[in-house]
Design a protein around this ligand. Structure first.
Ligand code: SF4
Ligand code: SF4
Length: 343
């Protein structure tokens, strides 16, 4: 495994030199503060990378799967293809749970899941390098360790970086990650025993702060026919706002609409959608198989914890805790799982 140490000012310099390098353009996304909020923002040499945060409000899925995207434009009967964006994308500073979510989205948008490979998502994703940043202080609501993740988990990351205060320890976990360190090998110095000890200590502290749920046998438990009253009780206070799905790094439902002008020209647009909305499953006939919120919440839980484990082999929750922290009525998915467990 290739490793390297860079100080924080050196990281700033490295990314400044990489925006255009050897004739290749890179879009680099880093943590930054804008108007007091920490967001994942496109890097420029003037933009200072920010390290003192737990996680972003919004998941990074929008970089590969934008909230609104023009798929093609058309003139009368003729479609004009919109080519997928070119150039390398480097994402630095996302948390390991969010990096892991890309593995799940890859399965959805590649041909394996539906037989259809999504050129828009894959065009951006294939030319990307993911450098995650290990967690130091997890937030209330995080439960990644119950779902196979962890504060320094490498799944989905080409490189995991560990924040050691004034410097970062980089560890490559894929060929892309190794190439990244190799390409910039003169910038990195090799870690010593003190660096490795600092990494272990910070990881242990983060690990201890993460809440836990049991997911043993959850797929089988969900096979039990939970009564309507079970889901009614769970969703009694749910507003159906969809925040839990929009902020979820693994939720990937979308709608496609044609926006047409009077002269017959227009665009075909893809936008995020949410299974928590009443119209999500409305049929053209007027029939709606999930007209009630208890049915929609059941779908959300079953999809993540029963259907996708069966179809893709993965629980579609990385335990990032966004839905726990941001639900306006404090509907806590960990509590739902505990109830299903009979706790
Ligand atoms: S965020 Fe909370 S209130 Fe909004 S749809 Fe999700 S569970 Fe319901
Ligand atoms: S379901 Fe909630 S905790 Fe799980 S990945 Fe989605 S937002 Fe994060």
């Amino acid at each position: 495994m290739k490793t390297g140490i860079l100080t924080k000012p050196e990281i700033q310099e490295l990314f400044s030199s990489m925006i255009t390098k050897n004739g290749e353009e890179s879009r680099i996304f880093v943590p930054a503060t804008i108007e007091g909020r920490v967001i994942l923002e496109e890097f420029s040499p003037e933009r200072e990378i920010f390290y003192d945060f737990a996680n972003f409000l919004r998941p990074p899925k929008g970089i590969f799967f934008p909230q609104r995207e023009v798929l093609c434009s058309f003139e009368q009967e003729r479609a004009v293809e919109v080519p997928p964006a070119a150039g390398r994308i480097i994402i630095f500073g996302i948390r390991p749970c969010d990096a892991r979510s890309f593995l799940f989205l890859d399965k959805i948008f590649s041909a394996g899941s539906s037989g259809f490979a999504d050129p828009y998502y894959l065009g951006r994703r294939e030319n990307s390098v993911i450098i995650s940043l290990s967690c130091i202080e997890p937030s209330e609501g995080c439960f990644c360790t119950s779902l196979g993740g962890g504060p320094g988990d490498e799944s989905g990351s080409d490189i995991v970086a560990f924040d050691l205060g004034d410097r970062l320890l980089f560890e490559a976990h894929s060929a892309k990650g190794e190439n990244f360190i190799e390409e910039n090998t003169t910038e990195f110095r090799q870690p010593d025993a003190a660096d490795q000890n600092a990494k272990k200590e910070s990881l242990q502290a983060a690990f201890n702060a993460i809440s836990r749920i049991s997911t043993d046998g959850l797929v089988e438990k969900l096979d039990d026919d939970f009564s309507d009253s079970f889901w009614e009780e769970i969703t009694a206070t749910c507003l159906g706002c969809g925040v839990c799905t929009y902020l979820c790094p693994t939720c990937h439902c979308f709608d496609i609409t044609d926006e047409k002008d009077r002269d017959g020209t227009g665009t075909r647009v893809r936008t995020w959608d949410s299974c928590q909305y009443p119209l999500f499953t409305m049929h053209a006939s007027g029939h709606n198989p999930r007209a009630e919120k208890k049915q929609r919440m059941r779908q959300r839980i079953m999809h993540k914890f029963s259907y996708t484990p069966r179809t893709t082999g993965d629980v579609f929750c990385v335990g990032c805790g966004r839905c726990v922290r941001k639900c306006p009525v404090n509907l806590d998915i960990r509590e739902v799982i505990r109830k299903i467990n009979g706790e």
